[in-house]
Write a protein that binds this ligand. Sequence first.
Ligand code: SF4
Length: 246
Amino acid sequence: MPGKRVAHLRAHGGPPAPRVARPAADVAPEPGRDCPRCPRLVAFRTIWREREPTWFNAPVSPFGPPDARLAIIGLAPGLRGANRTGRPFTGDYAGDLLYATLGEHGFARGHYAARPDDALALVDCRIVNTVRCVPPENKPTAKEIATCRDFLKGEIARMTRLCTVVALGRIAHDSFVAAMGGRQTAHRFSHGAVHAIGDLTLYDSYHCSRYNTNTGRLTATMFSAVFAAVRARLDATDCGAAATDP
Ligand code: SF4
């Protein structure tokens, strides 16, 4: 797999390095259906609740077992995908590629039918979005990303066996690094890169959006290679074992 390990270097005599570690437990509980924190997203949500009252139209909760060793961090719900169905990556093109790839590498079982009541189950992995509410044109603002980071931090803190993270795209990567207290300059996003951040290992991938695959930026083969590397690491190490075998 193309990739590189990005070391976290600290210059002697320089300012003290930030503490890079998992957030404290219970940074934030899960957001409620009417989370008021991002006014622009609340307004967008309100419009779509009126327009499509049968859709989910609320912050989308993570999907997958909380004791998973792998977390996949996406960007935000797609308007007609997770925002409609209420499950991450469910109902749009990105989900077709993601769930097929997860199944290929043993992180999902059952049939994905693009609806939350299908028989799909995730295995040792959990999907969480950087921003829980659908943003207009799929573009959350920097402030919305920072505001919703409290919930990302809470998720990281509560996943006690977590040892490996896949960031889908630069925004997910940057928000995860920030959630861990890492320096962005020490951990630049690059497809295929692998970063050691605190006690976690972060793998970068381009987002599996239709745009990225249509333009050839990300192919199914490239995407599969990222999860093959994650699979190999999880199979070769006992990461996550400490939390279950005290
Ligand atoms: S994006 Fe996150 S913080 Fe903002 S309103 Fe939705 S759940 Fe709340």
